[in-house]
Design a protein around this ligand. Structure first.
Ligand code: 5RP
Length: 224
């Protein structure tokens, strides 16, 4: 938790007065939103778009102004979000918290994306973490089979006895591919399946990665 907090707080230092900001989702992004809230209390002026209802509620509680895309002219200046895995090319697996669709929309609407992780998330190759894929409920059994045909073991995410529902009312399938050789190619193949809304591979989207370590140090990675 400490490693996540220190990475998050370092990222928030990049937010300047007047910026529009994308707010991530998850236990690392939580610390970024908390820190941003503290800076807003001190007088920083920002407008933000959140990647989940949970993050939006937190941001509002802390006094961060939330806007919609209708109110945004141009792109967001900066998005800060967590990840489940990050490789040396800054490609990511995201969606552990089930917010990957909104996270990808927000990241792609941003001039810059800074990823905040603890050191356990930094990997040589993506794939040990099962890839989350958001799918529509209609025909989900068929969509699952088509995902399986791409070479993974798919499992519909559960929340208790029920199927987990995203903020968009969809299901998440966690796809165990093992090591992913070409994230870009796999992303295109997955999104080509009818019923798939979006997948958790973020390819060439992150501009910076800040890693919090257990020893209390923080490192800003250099892209390979
Ligand atoms: C949510 C995400 C999160 O950023 C990812 O799961 C990492 O979460 P955490 O910061 O809690 O470890 O993609 O959909």
């Amino acid at each position: 938790m400490e490693a996540k907090r220190i990475a998050a707080e370092q990222a928030v230092a990049y937010i300047e007065d007047g910026m529009t900001v994308g707010l991530g989702t998850g236990s690392t992004a939580y610390w970024a939103i908390k820190k941003l809230g503290a800076r807003v209390q001190e007088g920083l002026r920002v407008k933000a778009i959140a990647t989940s209802q949970e993050s939006e509620v937190l941001a509002k509680e802390l006094g961060i102004e939330i806007i919609t895309f209708a109110e945004l002219s141009g792109q967001l200046d900066l998005t800060i979000d967590g990840a489940d895995e990050v490789d040396a090319a800054f490609d990511l697996t995201k969606g552990g918290g089930g917010a990957l669709l909104r996270e990808k929309i927000v990241a792609s609407a941003s001039k810059r994306m800074i990823v905040i992780v603890d050191e356990s998330k930094v990997v040589e190759r993506l794939g040990a973490f099962p890839l989350p894929v958001e799918i529509v409920p209609f025909g989900w059994e068929m969509t699952l089979r088509q995902l399986e045909n791409l070479g993974c073991k798919p499992a519909v995410r559960l929340q208790g006895e029920e199927r987990f529902r995203t903020d968009n009312g969809n299901f998440i399938v966690d796809c165990a591919f093992g090591s992913i050789a070409d994230p870009g190619k796999l992303s295109v193949a997955i999104n080509g399946i009818p019923g798939v809304v979006e997948n958790g591979l973020f390819v060439r989207m992150a501009d910076g990665v800040i890693v919090g370590r257990m020893d209390g140090s923080v490192q800003e990675l250099k892209q390979a």
